[in-house]
Design a protein around this ligand. Structure first.
Ligand code: SF4
Length: 244
């Protein structure tokens, strides 16, 4: 036994996991034609991942969808779907909602959060639709925007899902985040994001694209830790917070 010691190169014994992973370089489109081809590829891959997705809010009529969409702000579709069956059983018609005092409705929708504002919007919406639209949820963005509680996001959900009318792209928190990750927009304001998206997404895809991105945000491209290894958009995505 010589009592000596061996000098190791530390890089040989350092576990591979200790080295920071380098993100794989993805080439970016350089021309307008390449950018459009990339968007087409993204849409094709979304169709493969989410071929038949639609709005997760349970509803039977445009009015029920409008109420559910107002309730879904700062809440989850799952929670809203737990509340709405009982709500529509208790108040089956739009006239029932219009006759309510907002504080009474607030009690019924308490669990969805922001109940006072939501109750005021829903009662106001019911009154407006009865007064100006003969009790029918209108079919144009311009008219929708006159209804309490219906800004562009809610209006796009209702027009697209209830009537199949492509009025724009729904820009919720998922669409905001993922559109930026995919470099489809560099804006942060929802109205500007929608303006960017409708320029590059074909109109016949606006409704489906909104649902696909919302599903993608729930399934894989989550806010904190996107599951990029499972994402078919990964070869086209050069987001800085990718996890592969
Ligand atoms: S690769 Fe990652 S960050 Fe990019 S879209 Fe897919 S899940 Fe989101």
């Amino acid at each position: 036994m010589d009592g000596g010691w061996t000098c190791y190169d530390v890089t040989e014994i350092m576990p591979a996991a200790a080295k920071p992973a380098k993100p794989r370089a993805i080439s970016r489109p350089k021309s307008a034609a390449e950018r459009q081809a990339r968007v087409s590829d993204i849409l094709k891959r979304l169709d493969e991942m989410y071929p038949n997705v639609t709005c997760a809010l349970v509803h039977r009529t445009p009015w029920e969808l409008l109420v559910a969409t107002i309730l879904s702000a700062q809440s989850t579709d799952k929670l809203v779907n737990q509340v709405t069956p009982g709500l529509f059983k208790k108040y089956p018609t739009i006239q029932d909602f219009a006759a309510l005092r907002p504080e009474v409705l607030a009690h019924d929708i308490h669990s969805t959060g922001f109940f006072n504002n939501k109750a005021k919007s829903i009662v106001g919406a019911a009154k407006k639709i009865l007064a100006d639209f003969a009790g029918q949820v209108p079919r144009t963005m311009e008219e929708m925007l006159t209804i309490p509680g219906a800004a562009r996001k809610t209006s796009n959900v209702v027009l697209g899902t209830a009537y199949g009318i492509a009025s724009g792209v729904v820009v919720d928190t998922h669409v905001q985040r993922i559109s930026r990750r995919l470099d489809l927009t560099r804006n942060t304001d929802p109205v500007k994001i929608e303006r960017d998206l409708v320029k590059i997404i074909p109109k016949e895809k606006w409704i489906l694209f909104s649902h696909q991105i919302i599903h993608h945000g729930r399934a894989l491209c989550t806010a904190r830790k996107p599951r990029c290894a499972d994402c078919r958009l990964e070869p086209l995505c050069y987001s800085r917070d990718k996890t592969v």
